[in-house]
Design a protein around this ligand. Structure first.
Ligand code: NAD
Length: 513
């Protein structure tokens, strides 16, 4: 690996020596000696360590955020948008450095690291326009000389809990919208990727400082789930937006729900592409292989199942096996490689366990999996993408394994294919490959896919800013990033103004004194 990581860390101004980090130029003053150590899955080396936020650190940050909110909510939304615009520009300047650190700390390819920062830039652009479009409706009152309308106000502190696989983009989806809406944020990133979070915090802190924004508008608390739990149980945090596994989402949803707070949940997927007999098979191949092996199968939208029409099943499987034979696995910073490492050796163990379980249920591997060894794979996190023929109702197929294991399932009729696609507990992303208009429209109709995302002639993996992102069922029901997702970050207030000389009551109720 030739990239000079130390110079990247220097360029990003990372001082990984404190945990509770607020928006100003100063660290928040961590009181904990417990450290989070960040090891790269690329080469297994320790990159840096950072202190875990203690309860005292967390409390200090919340108090700071509450104070900052009182001021930030009074800044006109378009002016807040202007600051988010400048943040987007700062990301443009830091795209190469931040994208490289994302790749090195998380293990995704350099191209995907840059793509992740581009997604941050795109959400900033989206949020700037949005800052002038936080519309409410006006209604006609049934009472004479009355005016009725609704307006949207900020909530206060938005807690953001994020997963390791999109270590920076998911935070920005939430933060950019939350900020233009007038909220302040506290971010608890994945304990597996603390350094990219510190880098982001550093970039936004500079922008805030240049604009004399009070400390405490954007805050970072590092730590594992116990730090996240401080937030989910804290009624000073009205909205918790949490991205991660369904297991985590159930715990977060229950904790926030118990105090009647709001939660926005973006959880696991189990995404399928239907390859119809009317598909363009060459195009389908690219969508399927990128969807299954991109980010080493560690995207919430990764393609986990291919539901293939019986008439093209053998031909398409042969193409897949050939394509898998050509995949180059190795250092994700080397742009010649297609597949990088899994996040850590626990993920490797989960991959091996799933392969065993699949075999035990009767799965037939047409491309075998394995853990790679040798100097180039010294971190122990590199695995071979594999493919198994299965039945959809295998327990392991119903489960999201966050690794490059692709399941093949055969179908006869489109209705059967849709039932298979919908026949899992998760409901994030789905796709059909077909050149047949009737099939495509049927798949998108109310009788079709039950997922939050349904594509035609595009794979399941990835999404662009502009559309609302999220899924149904055990994916959690949240929507982020595009469309009217901003409403989740605001509270709606209905206002009725009486400009008459009398006080008529609604529904014609008489009450005379
Ligand atoms: P994870 O659930 O292990 O952890 C995610 C985050 O939640 C971490 O910051 C963790 O510290 C925190 N956390 C865990 N338990 C918690 C609790 N009880 N209370 C508060 N915080 C808690 O997930 P991961 O391994 O980092 O990420 C992979 C998972 O994330 C996959 O299931 C993937 O599908 C999902 N994901 C979903 C989306 C989406 O938009 N739907 C996007 C990215 C990742």
């Amino acid at each position: 690996m030739t990239t000079d990581i130390q110079s990247i860390l220097n360029r990003l101004g990372i001082k990984a020596d404190n945990a509770a980090y607020s928006t100003g130029s100063n660290w928040g003053g961590a009181t904990n000696t417990e450290k989070l150590e960040s090891y790269s899955p690329v080469d297994g080396k320790l990159i840096a360590s950072a202190s875990v936020a203690s309860v005292t650190d967390y409390d200090a940050i919340v108090v700071k955020a509450e104070t900052a909110f009182k001021e930030w909510r009074t800044v006109p939304a378009p002016k807040r948008g202007e600051i988010v615009r400048q943040f987007g520009d700062a990301l443009r300047e830091n795209k190469e450095a931040l994208g490289t650190l994302v790749s090195y700390e998380m293990g995704k390819s350099l191209q995907e690291g840059f793509g992740e920062v581009q997604e941050m830039i795109d959400i900033c652009d989206f949020a700037v326009g949005l800052s002038r479009q936080l519309y409410g409706l006006t209604m006609h009152s049934e009472r004479p000389s009355h005016r009725m309308y609704e307006q949207w106000h900020p909530l206060g502190i938005v807690g953001i809990i994020s997963a390791f696989n999109f270590p920076v983009a998911v935070w920005s989806w939430n933060a950019a919208l939350a900020l233009v809406c007038g909220n302040v944020c506290i971010w608890k990133p994945s304990e597996k990727t603390p350094l990219t979070a510190i880098a982001c915090q550093h970039i936004i802190a500079k922008v805030f400082k240049a604009n004399n924004v009070a400390e405490g508008v954007c805050n970072l608390v590092l730590g594992d789930r116990t730090v996240g739990e401080l937030m989910t149980n804290d009624s000073r945090v009205p909205l918790v937006s949490a991205t991660g596994s369904t297991r985590m989402g159930k715990a977060v949803g229950a904790a926030v729900g118990a105090r009647l707070g709001k939660s926005l949940l973006e959880l696991g997927g189990n995404n399928a592409i239907i390859i119809s007999e009317h598909a363009d098979l060459d195009m389908s191949l690219i969508g399927a292989v990128f969807g299954a092996v991109g980010t080493a199968g560690q995207r919430c939208t990764s393609t986990r199942r291919l539901i293939i029409h019986e008439s093209v099943y053998d031909a398409f499987t042969a193409k897949l096996v050939k394509a898998y034979g050509q995949l180059r696995i190795g250092d994700p910073l080397d742009q010649n490689n297609h597949v990088g490492p899994l996040i850590d050796t626990d993920a490797v163990a989960a991959y091996l366990d799933s392969i065993e379980k699949c075999k035990a249920e009767g799965g037939n591997f047409v491309v075998e999996g394995d853990v790679l060894s040798g100097d180039a794979y010294a971190s122990g996190c590199y695995v071979k993408p594999c493919i198994a023929e299965v039945q959809n109702d295998y327990k392991i197929v119903q489960h999201e394994t966050f690794a490059p294991i692709l399941y093949l399932i055969k179908y006869k009729t489109l209705d059967e294919a849709i039932a298979l696609q919908n026949g899992v507990p998760q409901g994030l992303s789905s796709a059909i490959m077909t050149l047949n208009l009737r099939e495509a429209e049927h798949f998108l109709s109310a009788k079709g896919s039950d997922c939050g995302i349904a594509n035609v002639n595009i794979g399941t993996s990835g999404a662009e800013i502009g559309g609302a992102f999220g899924g149904e069922k055990e994916t959690g029901g949240g929507r982020e990033s595009g469309s009217d997702a901003w409403r989740a970050y605001m509270r709606r207030q209905t206002n009725t103004i009486n400009y008459s000389n009398t006080l008529p009551l609604a529904q014609g109720i008489k009450f005379d004194l």
